[in-house]
Design a protein around this ligand. Structure first.
Ligand code: NAD
Length: 294
């Protein structure tokens, strides 16, 4: 039977580490992250709420800006510009997905690189490509890398297969795992990949970030592999009050007996994404304070 990688417990330890670190700093004001949410998408409402709660627990101030669903790009840009110029704001997070009339790439690039704690801007993705330690790394891939490290999963020389090539997960994950120090041999699969099962079955580390339940079945997993399930899918359920339950992209029941380690959904990658957002915010704060030489 595989070991279940406990993302909740790992994230909690990181929150405590950040809290301890923060308690030793004395810069005259707490770190501050600004959240921008456009519209009332229930998942976004709940993610931003969770991020604000964790920030408060650590001692990070958060300011929530809610814009209406009908917000135009120039209005969103104006708010980002204002926060970019606000010396009391260290970090800015624009919660995706955005309504259709808004351009996500343009929006991510509008955020000043030194406040882009999501790491989605050209500048930070470029720095990651160059293996520059100053890069803010996208929180989900950073969280997965941290989970692997803290769970004792070796990456050097190992075959890692990532299913999904998004800007948010797949692409930065590939950069992180292949960079010097991580040293994995990385294959990125996507919706047009042929022989997906065969490629996956060679992976020592298999990361699924597709957004479709049961994408990974037991026959696609090598005996003893480490499986990281990024997917968050809502499926109808008569057993819950909400009428749905969350599942990942991996068929947990059939895959878990075959692998050495596996992340559950929920309670795996999700909490680590939030922990890495807090870590990036603290880094942004320390950089800003150092620049002001306070
Ligand atoms: P996305 O829709 O941007 O990308 C999905 C990727 O899957 C694409 O690159 C696509 O080519 C690939 N794909 C689609 N169908 C496929 C198939 N049949 N075979 C192989 N590849 C296929 O999604 P995303 O933003 O990368 O998110 C992926 C999943 O991860 C979603 O369920 C999302 O909710 C979840 N997610 C979780 C966290 C977290 O913190 N746990 C963070 C971000 C995303």
């Amino acid at each position: 039977m595989s070991e279940i990688i406990d993302g909740n417990a790992t994230a909690k330890s990181i929150h405590q580490e950040l809290k301890d670190e923060l308690s030793k700093l004395n810069f005259g004001r707490p770190p501050c992250v600004a959240f921008i949410r456009v519209g009332e998408d229930p998942a976004s409402v709940s993610y931003v709420k969770k991020k604000g709660k964790v920030a408060a627990e650590i001692g990070i101030e958060s300011r929530l800006h809610v814009l209406p669903e009908t917000t135009e790009q120039n209005e969103l840009d104006a708010l980002i510009d204002k926060l970019n110029g606000d010396e009391t704001v260290d970090a800015i997070l624009v919660q995706a997905p955005l309504p259709k009339q808004l351009n996500e790439r343009r929006t991510f690039n509008r955020v000043r690189a030194d406040k882009d704690v999501d790491g989605f801007s050209n500048a930070n993705l470029g720095l990651l490509c160059q293996e520059d330690p100053q890069a803010f790394v996208a929180c989900t891939p950073a969280g997965i890398a941290e989970l692997l490290k803290r769970s004792g999963v070796k990456t050097a020389g190992k075959k890692a297969v990532i299913i999904g090539r998004s800007l948010i997960v797949g692409k930065p994950m590939a950069l992180l795992l292949s960079k010097k120090g991580s040293d994995a041999t990385v294959t990125v699969c996507h919706s047009k990949s042929e022989n997906l099962a065969e490629i996956c079955s060679q992976a020592d580390i298999l990361i699924a970030a597709v957004g479709r339940p049961n994408t990974v079945s037991a026959d696609m997993v090598k005996e003893g592999a480490c499986v990281i399930d990024v997917g968050i899918n809502r499926i109808p359920s008569s057993e819950t009050k909400s009428g749905y339950r969350l599942v990942g992209d991996v068929d947990f029941k059939s895959v878990s007996p075959k692998c050495s380690k596996i992340t559950p959904v929920p309670g795996g990658v999700g909490p680590m994404t939030v922990a890495m957002l807090m870590r990036n915010t603290l880094s942004a704060y320390k950089r800003h304070m150092a620049e002001r030489k306070i």
